[in-house]
Ligand binder design. Structure first.
Ligand code: EPU
Length: 366
């Protein structure tokens, strides 16, 4: 059945359309997944409330969709209401030496980064080229190339589905950690983020801490501008298939499919001891980043490669990107089942080889 053609019957409420049986694959970067039983777009907070009421009255589960860039939808789709957030608007306010931007959840993230960089405001230039919408950034504490949004978010405005009131959550209450916030852990499903406030630094210097970025600017006799750094990040992401290019199979993904695991130093030592000398000549180390508290963060991509899951792995429609080992890709017509089967094989293979259990990074909607 062509679900797209079925998406006809609609119920009109005051201002919103609630569509039935809407194919979700086109709303995701993976381009995978079945239909939503109900689907609506909210362009304002009033419409968010309306969507929530619609779901409540019918006893439907609610799923809030942003840019669909960190999402794998199951082949069966979703039996509840998918509410796509389209809240727009950017307001600026000076506070001390910083410029605060209050940004609607539906604004495109990369467009917002470009705007901030064009206005010479530092703080998110390394997060250029990331697909998705602003509302998703605090949920998984988006991070890349030496920055994460936890460093610039002042607070989040959200609908609390428990009290049905809009609340302001200052950064201290957001529970930010690596790829984590209270929105995707302890309070998962409780809040609908409608606006995010960032504090950026006018005239500030770019963050140049990530190895790939430093290498890019090696030999420069001046400090690169925010625009140059954002451009370099987009360039690096492009080489890794992490910058969306329509029609490129390496881009039909949800970015990194696994989180970089944070492990005890003992686990690192065991991995080091288990590596054959030939693959670890003098001066070559197991890639790791300090994670505080006697812990280290390992490079999941490296673990995959050592366990036999390298770039281009997989013969079928689901495979590993040819440009970055951490991205599982839909080479064309892959099902969620195929992606999950591949992911299961990888998790089992890495666990058998290294005793480290990888966690999925994208959200699974089923
Ligand atoms: N590596 C490989 N093979 C690869 C790629 C990487 O072995 O194909 C190893 C190398 O040792 C490399 C290390 O992994 O030095 C780190 O690679 P990279 O700089 O590409 O970063 P990553 O750890 O694989 C993380 C984020 C990305 C983010 C980049 C850049 C996670 C799960 N992923 O990837 O975020 O863009 O750093 O900061 O933390 C995403 O979350 O979807 C995402 C794309």
């Amino acid at each position: 059945m062509d679900i797209g053609d079925e998406a006809q019957s609609l119920v009109l409420s005051n201002s919103m359309e609630f569509l039935e049986n809407v194919a979700l694959a086109p709303y995701t970067t993976f381009k995978i997944g079945g239909p939503a039983r109900w689907f609506a777009e909210a362009a304002s907070e009033a419409e968010v409330l309306e969507g929530v009421e619609f779901a409540r009255e019918r006893g439907l589960q609610l799923f809030v969709l942003g840019g669909g860039s960190n999402l794998l939808v199951s082949d069966e789709g979703f039996g509840g209401l998918v509410l796509r957030l389209g809240l727009l608007g950017i307001k600026r306010r000076f506070e001390e030496d910083c410029l605060h931007f209050e940004v609607g959840a539906g604004e495109g993230w990369d467009e917002f980064v470009s705007l901030a960089v064009a206005e010479d405001c530092a703080g998110i230039e390394c997060l250029a080229g990331i697909p998705g919408t602003v509302g998703g950034t605090p949920v998984q504490n988006v991070g890349a190339y030496g920055q994460e949004v936890a460093e610039t978010v002042v607070g989040v405005r959200a609908l609390d589905l428990r009290s049905r009131e809009f609340v302001w959550m200052p950064v201290e209450e957001c529970g930010f950690a690596y790829r984590q916030s209270l929105f995707n852990t302890t309070e998962r499903g409780r809040y609908v983020v409608t606006q995010v406030e960032y504090s950026l630094t006018p005239g500030g210097a770019a963050t140049l801490t990530y190895a790939d970025l430093k290498k890019h600017f090696e030999g420069w006799d001046r400090v690169p501008s925010l625009r140059e750094v954002a451009g370099a990040v987009r360039e690096i992401r492009r080489t890794k298939g992490m910058f969306l290019v329509e029609g490129d199979p390496d881009c039909r993904s949800a970015g990194s499919f696994f989180k970089n695991p944070v492990v005890d130093l003992g686990v690192l030592a065991a991995i080091e001891a288990s590596m054959p000398e030939a693959s670890m000549p003098a001066g070559v180390a197991v890639p790791r980043y300090p994670a505080g508290d006697g812990k280290v963060k390992l490079a999941a991509a490296w673990l995959l490669e050592q366990a036999g899951f390298g770039k281009g792995f997989g013969k079928g429609r689901a495979g590993i990107s040819s440009r970055h080992t951490l991205a599982l890709v839909n080479r064309g017509g892959a099902t969620a089942g195929e992606i999950l089967e591949l992911s299961g094989r990888i998790v089992a293979g890495v666990e058998t080889r290294f005793g480290v259990r990888l966690e999925r990074e994208p959200v699974l909607l089923q």
